[in-house]
Design a protein around this ligand. Sequence first.
Ligand code: PXP
Length: 237
Amino acid sequence: MANLGVNIDHVATLRQARGTLYPDPVDAAVLAQLGGADQITVHLREDRRHICDRDVRVLRQFLQIPLNLEMANTPEIVGIALEVKPDMVTLVPEKREERTTEGGLALRAQFESLHSTVLKLQEAAIPVSLFVEPSLEDMELSARMGARMVELHTGKYAELAGDAQKRELERIEKATAAANNLGLIVHAGHGLHYRNVRPIAQIPFMHDLNIGHSIIARAVLVGLERAVREMRDLVCK
Ligand code: PXP
């Protein structure tokens, strides 16, 4: 079975919605750590719409489990990664107008610039994962780029159902086997939730799953009853 990386971006989304100091993603990371997370993932987006620089720096200082920094290949963010030195970096494509990361990296079109960033980060002892489509071509290009890891995009798998979902699962299984044969460590993520995660977690050589939205969404519901009780004690007693 795979390791669990917990993405806490959406705790920061809730904080930014009101410009408050709470909920603090650092508190969330500590609780995720207590809950058994193997790794914490945060995406420092160029527009800082959820996670901000301070979160990454404080997490780097206080986390006892590895920190995976998800980021776009831009000079500013690469500079921050080199300074903060997370345990690993996942390079992702980023578009201002998207609600969340929509697809894998354009490896062929951006080969030179991605290759140079992979080398720069790995020379600084920060292993790099590339967020890619589960295709054989992307596994080969990732290996040629010298990346240590790939993260397979499971967004399509999550959106499909029935036979179409089975076919996409097979594509992910084949890509995982090919990546493993090429010496790449394999991760997967995006859109995974409590009802669709098991077949992905059971793929041989699947090393880590990065999951965010469904865990934070569930935490809101399973924690709501206690939160109301605590406020009721303050208001009604
Ligand atoms: N992996 C990558 C590369 C992502 O961009 C995201 C979304 O930030 C995730 C995993 C987690 O996706 P989700 O929030 O849908 O679980």
